[in-house]
Design a protein around this ligand. Structure first.
Ligand SMILES: Nc1nc2c(ncn2[C@@H]2O[C@H](COP(=O)(O)OP(=O)(O)O)[C@@H](O)[C@H]2O)c(=O)[nH]1
Ligand SMILES: [Mg+2]
Length: 324
């Protein structure tokens, strides 16, 4: 079944309705901007010509899909238009959606799944620069795991920013999670004491917050190394995931952060926050192409429920449903 008809089926599936709604409203800004421009383009140019291609290229770049991705996409699109003898722009929308999807799944180990420990606590470490939404994401995830019946613990490894420990504590209270934090202490020592408590309390999943000072790459690298060594002392195969949090509203800046973090530690997944606040939701595709780390979760608002496991089909639906 082609993607297009698959997406149409999604729409008629009641069970999927609720999560679709979240994608739907979370990606509204991107969709409104992108799809309406695409529609205008289709009306302005009825036949596919060089000018149409140029305008389309601009449009994709404006949606933050990333220049390299766009160039590859345009090559593939041109080839398909030629091979399939398409002359009319009205028949192109379906192909555009299809090709954007192909970019994402191409040579991808498409795992948006979290690598849970078979035994003992699963440890997820959160990294990323200040303000991207690490602490909020941890709070949302705590709720999600709680809803799944897991015993959750939060550790406040950001001892740098004033109020960071208290902020995480509030999320712990709100989600009825176990908490460990100690202000003005060394992050690695907080993680050490926290993990000790996690083992004593027999928790299922530990979420560790960190500070994200990227001003000094070497310092940050040393600090993360130290935290990783402490974690591995308790559980050799942990952290089970190191999730880099990126703010979607920062566009290409977010991509640069991903590239920088990839150099200093082993990132296993990305959480893309604030997709609700940007018209540049195309960044998901750019991350795939330029960083090649799977997006595992997306943040679509400030509330505790505004987090979704990333699903490429729902994402594409959220972007293009007005074209379906
Ligand atoms: N609109 C929106 N705001 C978010 C989202 N995630 C986080 N925020 C907001 O971003 C700000 C910074 O979040 P915080 O978790 O403190 O970032 P941290 O410094 O990385 O820990 C807060 O005001 C959050 O409410 C999201 O998905 N959507
Ligand atoms: Mg924080």
């Amino acid at each position: 079944m082609g993607l297009f008809s698959k997406l149409k089926n999604l729409v008629s599936n009641k069970k999927e309705e609720q999560t679709l709604e979240v994608y739907d409203s979370g990606l509204e800004k991107t969709r409104k901007s992108f799809v309406s421009k695409l529609n205008v383009l289709g009306h302005t140019f009825t036949t596919v010509n060089e000018e149409y291609y140029e305008e389309l290229e601009n449009l994709l770049i404006m949606a933050d899909i990333g220049v390299n991705t766009v160039v590859k996409f345009m090559d593939r699109l041109r080839k398909r238009v030629k091979d399939e003898h398409i002359t009319n722009t009205s028949s192109l929308n379906e192909i555009i959606i299809d090709e954007l999807f192909i970019i994402y799944v191409n040579n991808a180990y498409l795992s948006d799944k979290i690598n849970f420990a078979e035994e003992g606590p699963t440890v997820l470490l959160f990294v990323g620069v200040n303000g991207v939404g690490k602490t909020t994401t941890i709070g949302k995830l705590a709720q999600k795991f709680k809803n799944e019946g897991k015993k959750v613990m939060l550790i406040a490894g950001d001892t740098f920013r004033a109020g960071a420990t208290e902020q995480l504590k509030e999320w712990a209270d709100k989600t009825q999670s176990i908490f460990y934090g100690k202000e003005e202490a060394d992050p690695a020592s907080v993680v050490f004491d926290g993990l000790k408590k996690a083992q004593e309390e027999n928790v299922d999943i530990v979420l560790i917050d960190t500070a994200g000072r990227l001003q000094n790459k070497v310092n940050l690298m040393n600090e993360l190394d130290k935290i990783n060594r402490v974690i591995a002392k308790f559980i050799p195969e942990a952290p089970h995931e190191t999730l880099l949090v990126i703010d979607a509203t920062t566009g290409q800046n977010g991509i640069s952060q991903a590239i920088a973090f990839k150099e200093i530690t082993n990132i296993t997944g990305i959480v893309l926050t604030k997709l609700d606040g940007t018209a540049k939701g195309g960044i998901v595709l750019a991350i795939k192409e330029e960083v090649n780390i799977p997006v595992k979760y997306i943040g679509l608002g400030e509330g505790v429920d505004d987090l979704e496991t990333f699903d490429i089909e729902k994402y594409i639906y959220g972007l293009f449903k007005d074209l379906l």
